[in-house]
Ligand binder design. Structure first.
Ligand code: FPP
Length: 237
């Protein structure tokens, strides 16, 4: 029996920008620039087909170790993206969110993010979560701190309470994680949330990832059998 239902939440590890640029003898930042165009295409494709939530891994907690000029270009690209796209995102009914440790971001970017989140908070369409300064382990540690600050008793703690206090608390469970660029690992992306996610890996470098390949990954997901640890005969779709 196959689960042909449509995924509610997709996460994407957008890898391969640097290699895309290297192959063409271009600076790495050019790969990120091209990559940001693909991100836009995929965001609107996902919203157009009625996906509930899309999470994009734009900047990991480990990416702070990259050369200063690359970090600075990535931050500029992200602010440029937020400034330029927010009116369109708003019109499309998308809810904009950022997950990750935003205290590490500059005051200017934080302010931009807060404005964009506030502006789109009344929308009812797809939730677009951009992971910036994000690491799954860091998220888990921040969540433990948050629960402690809220005074949650250890005896009351369960998986549901923990999950709803993660950065992704308001998002549905992630059904599918796509990684471009040929590596087959999660690299600290949504590690708690990915417990039962399907994984789709492709050699395509992110700046070459088209909306057609995005739809192909979705189609591939609908052909899979999801058991969530249950015996096959217990699954009814
Ligand atoms: C990984 O490629 C990609 C990143 C670290 C950045 C991803 C950012 C974007 C696509 C642009 C901004 C996003 C939005 C939402 C507008 P890499 O540099 O690790 O590539 P490599 O493995 O080939 O070196």
């Amino acid at each position: 029996m196959k689960d042909r239902s449509f995924p509610k939440h997709i996460g994407i590890i957008m890898d391969g920008n640097g290699r895309w640029a290297n192959i063409r003898g271009l600076p790495r930042v050019e790969g990120h620039r091209q990559g940001s165009h693909r991100s836009k295409d995929v965001i609107y494709a996902a919203s157009d087909i009625g996906l509930n939530a899309l999470t994009l891994y734009a900047f990991s907690s480990e990416n702070w170790k990259r050369p200063e000029d690359e970090v600075s270009v990535l931050m500029q690209l992200l602010s440029f993206y937020i400034k330029a796209e927010i009116p369109h995102i708003f019109k499309k009914g998308i809810v904009f969110r950022v997950i990750g440790d935003r205290m590490k971001l500059s005051k200017d970017i934080r302010a931009l993010i807060e404005q964009a989140e506030l502006l789109t908070s009344g929308n009812s369409g797809m939730i677009l979560a951009i992971a910036i300064s994000y690491g799954g382990r860091d998220e888990i540690v921040r969540t433990v701190r948050k629960l402690w600050e809220k005074g949650i008793k250890l005896s009351d703690l369960d998986e549901d309470i923990f999950t709803s206090n993660l950065d992704t608390g308001e998002l549905p469970p992630v059904d599918l994680i796509i990684r471009t660029g040929g590596e087959e690992r999660l690299s600290n992306f949504l590690i708690w949330q990915a417990a039962y996610a399907e994984l789709y890996f492709t050699d395509t470098l992110w700046p070459d990832f088209t909306r057609e390949e995005f739809f192909f990954a979705l189609h591939n997901y609908t052909q899979r059998e999801r058991r969530f640890g249950a015996a096959l005969e217990r699954i009814v779709f």
